[in-house]
Design a protein around this ligand. Structure first.
Ligand code: ADP
Ligand code: G6P
Length: 558
């Protein structure tokens, strides 16, 4: 790597004052200079837009009332990642919202249900602001629900989070088995932490006078429902699995006894929710094959197990569409769009974007390879468009993620050196977790968005892009292997493993007429408006209420 090699970066302050590229000293450990000096600091946003809370409340009043499903029922949500992290910063305690689909989707739903969210207290200042039971009211400045933090020590984090969750279940579920690693100690820790969370939820349920409902999130807690069921047999427990569920031949790469234990743990739920039907079918197949005493009804998607019936179904997750539209429509956003387009899409030049956590499931090297192939094979396409990569580092304690982050930065630098000219930088790398207001402007400014996941439960970036495309100018190039590809009709679908097909999709996108773009985007936007995050929550709560009602009747008869 050449010293002083150029990686063009922008920041939100730079967007306003028109300074551009940063010269990186590659001897620094991280080439990604802090470019968007804008962590997602919720209270700062509230301070900057005091009218927002009012506006959100006004919008909320117009939307479907989901809470009627809950009546007096206390809503307890459980996830590994917390929605707000309190961090010690140079100027005191800051509040950050971590990047990731789970938090993006669930924070708006918790604002509506006013429940309690049980999660790992991962922020450096979390203990300073929580009470003795780990509770704190959030979001800052708009306090409308409670986060109850569970404290984990280093051994817990290594074994349960980095270990079994992220080195075993994450790669298996995404079918990227070259990253799969199993250690007994990971499994032991995973069990201990799942039990600890189950205790925290049982305690929350204990504290309320009326009924309660526990809603467990994701692969970090495959065992928690079973433990919780043993503590509170009549509690309604359901679980949303945010990532793909693998076929039996992949799940059985877990040692004998362990894949069965994972499935039995999930059968502690009354309802297990997946993103799309294929994952629900995989789960039922695995139960059929590996849990001898379970009886699976594939037609009705139920499992009879230990005198209980477990329901399984597909509930595709979405985003708070109004909020993204509103951010994209703001005056700030309009100004930023003008700046971005003035800088990167002058004349007939087009602007492409992608937004990801740096994760091996997202197909980032495959995307870079496609761009490189395209610019090598078709020199006439150089300078035709600039690509903004908004990629936030993720799970950096794991070697595979660390190596990927380095690799992405180096490949971008190499491409910029190979094809760049004094007037044109092919890829602008933003190596940061950026504020969602700024993300909305980036999405709105684009002519093209690429989502190239090798496997992805849903992929919310695709939906955010569509929501922010108020001018209906953009083309969505979307991997076939995302849940979104099975939901969104209007994207250009491609296979990220097929370089030539990938390049062809980018070409088609670049050459698409404005009318065709508008037609497709209009269709996608209409679909998205009919399946927002609130519709998702509504359908899950409706199904839960229905099952609870049936259980109630059964108990009354018995
Ligand atoms: P995953 O859940 O695997 O991270 P999704 O696409 O479903 O993938 O969700 C990612 C979420 O994280 C989206 O809401 C997206 O806006 C957010 N996100 C991803 N990268 C960044 C980034 N660099 N800065 C800010 N937010 C990001
Ligand atoms: C995916 C997972 C979430 C997770 C997120 C970010 O969306 O489904 O459970 O929170 O990635 O990953 P992290 O490990 O930072 O929480």
């Amino acid at each position: 790597m050449r010293v002083g090699a150029r990686v063009t970066m922008v920041s939100d302050t730079q967007l306003d004052d028109d300074r551009t590229s940063a010269v990186i000293d590659p001897t620094e450990k991280k080439c990604g200079v802090n470019v968007f000096r804008a962590p997602r600091i919720a209270n700062r946003a509230i301070a900057a837009y005091p009218h927002r809370a009012w506006l959100l409340l006004a919008l909320t009043g117009l939307m479907v009332d989901i809470t009627h499903y809950l009546n007096d029922c206390k809503f307890i949500l459980v996830s590994n990642r917390e929605p707000y992290e309190h961090m010690r910063g140079p100027g005191g305690i800051e509040v950050k919202q971590p990047a990731g689909g789970l938090v993006t989707a669930l924070d708006p739903t918790m604002r509506r249900t006013h429940g309690t969210w049980v999660a790992w207290g991962s922020g450096t200042a979390d203990r300073d602001v929580s009470d003795e039971t780990g509770r704190v009211a959030v979001p800052p400045g708009e306090e409308c629900y409670t986060v109850r933090r569970v404290w984990l020590n280093d051994a817990d984090i290594n074994g349960y989070y980095h270990g079994f969750s992220n080195r075993a279940l994450w790669p298996l579920c995404h079918m990227l088995i070259q990253h799969f690693e199993f250690r007994t100690e990971y499994w032991e820790r995973y069990r201990t932490v799942n039990l600890r969370f189950a205790h925290a939820v049982a305690d929350e349920a204990e504290r309320c006078t009326g009924r309660a409902m526990a809603w467990i999130q994701d692969y970090h807690f495959a065992l928690a429902s079973e433990y919780l069921r043993a503590m509170r047999p009549s509690l309604f427990i359901h679980q949303f699995w945010h990532i793909p569920f693998p076929p039996a031949d992949i799940l059985r790469l877990l040692p004998a006894g362990i894949h069965e234990a994972v499935l039995r743990g999930m059968l502690g739920n009354d309802l297990v929710e997946f993103q799309i039907d294929r994952y629900a079918v995989n789960f039922l197949d695995c139960v059929d094959k590996f849990v001898a005493e379970a009886r699976v009804d594939h037609v009705h998607q139920t499992v009879s197990f230990r005198d209980r019936v477990i329901h399984v179904g597909a509930f595709p997750i979405s985003i708070d569409v109004d909020r993204f539209e509103w951010m994209a429509a703001s005056d700030d956003s309009r100004a930023r769009v003008a700046t971005l387009r003035g800088r990167y899409a002058k004349g007939t030049r087009q602007l492409g974007v992608c937004v990801d956590r740096i994760d091996y499931t997202k197909g980032i090297p495959e995307r870079i390879r496609a761009l490189e192939t395209m610019w090598s094979e078709s020199p006439e396409l150089r300078e035709r468009f600039t690509f903004i990569f908004v990629c936030t580092p993720s799970r950096t304690d794991l070697p595979a993620y660390n190596a990927l982050e380095r690799d992405v930065t180096q490949s971008v630098m190499a491409i910029n050196e190979k094809f760049g000219t004094p007037e044109w930088t092919p890829i602008v790398l933003i190596n940061e977790n950026v504020d969602s207001d700024l993300l909305a402007a980036v999405y709105r400014s684009a002519d093209l968005c690429i989502v190239s996941s090798l496997q992805d439960g849903m992929n919310l970036v695709a939906k955010e892009f569509v929501a922010c495309q108020l001018d209906e100018r953009g083309v969505l190039i979307l991997s076939r292997f995302t849940g979104s590809a099975e939901e969104i009709d209007g994207a250009l679908l491609m296979n990220p493993f097929n370089v030539d097909g990938f390049v062809a999709a980018i070409r088609t996108g670049l050459e698409m007429s404005p009318e065709e773009r508008r037609r497709r985007m209009h269709r996608m936007r209409r679909q998205l408006h009919n399946s927002t995050i609130f519709d998702w929550l509504d359908s899950i709560l409706a199904r839960s209420t229905e099952i609870m009602g049936a259980q109630h009747q059964l108990h009354a008869v018995v």
